[in-house]
Design a protein around this ligand. Structure first.
Ligand SMILES: Cc1cc2nc3c(=O)[nH]c(=O)nc-3n(C[C@H](O)[C@H](O)[C@H](O)COP(=O)(O)O)c2cc1C
Length: 201
C-alpha cells in the first residue's frame, strides 16, 4: 500500500463503511462486510458505521453553518464527520427504498450541507488528501433505473466532499438476506472491490 498523503505517521489506509440499512446483517450490510474484508486483506484498517444505531437529526436548514461551514447540531453526526474526514476510502451502502437511498442514508448525506456551504459559499479548501468512494446498493426488483436516483444522490455527496466516485456494486433481485449468502459471485465481487479500490491513491 502506498503511504497516506495527509502527513499521518501510519502507512495504513483507512476505510470507513457506512451501512444505511435498518435491517442488521441484511443484504446491504453483508455486502459491505465482504467489501471491508477485501480492504483488510489489502492491508487497510476498516471501521463500519451502522446509521440506524446512531442518534442524529435530519438537516434543519437552520443556516447555522452559513458563516463557518460547520454544522451546529450536536449529535452522533459529529462522529461521522470526523470519521469521513480521516478516511482514505468511504463506502456508502444502502438498500433501494422507493427508488432511492434509505431515509437513514439520505439523512446522513443531508447533514453534509455544511460541507456544501464551506466549499461553494465560503470557498474553503477542504483538504489536500485524496479520498475514494464506493457505492453499494441492493434492490428487490431487477430494474436498473431503480438505482438511478440513489447513484445521483451518492455522486452528489461524494462530489461535494471531493471524494472520487471510484466504483459501485448495484445488485437487483435481492429481497432476503439468503439471496446474498448464496450468491458467491456477488460476494466475491464485493471482496475484490474492497481489495483493489484504494490501490491507486
Ligand atoms: C421501505 C422499503 C422500500 C423499498 N423500495 C424498493 C424499491 O423501490 N425498489 C425495489 O426494487 N426494492 C425496494 N425495496 C426492497 C429492498 O430494496 C430489498 O429488500 C433489499 O434487499 C433490502 O436490503 P437490506 O436487507 O440490506 O435492508 C424496499 C424495501 C423497503 C423496506
Amino acid at each position: 500500500m502506498p503511504p497516506r498523503n495527509d502527513g499521518d505517521d501510519s502507512d495504513k489506509m483507512n476505510v470507513v463503511g457506512i451501512s444505511g440499512s435498518p435491517r442488521r446483517h441484511g443484504s446491504t450490510e453483508t455486502l459491505l462486510d465482504r467489501l471491508l474484508e477485501g480492504a483488510v486483506s489489502a492491508g487497510a484498517d476498516v471501521e463500519k458505521i451502522v446509521l440506524n444505531e446512531l442518534t442524529f437529526r435530519p438537516c434543519q436548514e437552520c443556516g447555522g453553518c452559513d458563516r463557518t461551514g460547520a454544522c451546529v447540531i450536536k449529535d452522533d453526526m459529529e462522529f461521522i464527520y470526523r470519521r469521513i474526514e480521516d478516511a482514505d476510502g468511504i463506502v456508502v451502502a444502502s438498500p433501494v427504498f422507493f427508488a432511492n437511498v434509505s431515509a437513514q442514508t439520505k439523512m446522513m448525506i443531508d447533514r453534509f450541507q455544511c460541507a456544501w456551504v464551506a466549499k461553494y459559499a465560503l470557498k474553503k479548501e477542504r483538504r489536500t488528501k485524496k479520498q475514494k468512494g464506493i457505492f453499494i446498493s441492493v434492490s428487490a426488483a431487477h430494474r436498473k433505473d431503480f438505482f438511478d436516483s440513489s447513484k445521483l444522490v451518492v455522486k452528489s455527496f461524494f462530489a461535494t466532499l471531493d471524494i472520487e466516485y471510484a466504483g459501485e456494486l448495484l445488485c437487483g433481485g435481492i429481497t432476503n438476506k439468503s439471496d446474498i449468502d448464496s450468491n458467491e459471485k456477488l460476494l466475491k465481487s464485493a471482496f475484490e472491490l474492497g481489495k483493489s479500490f484504494l490501490v491507486k491513491i
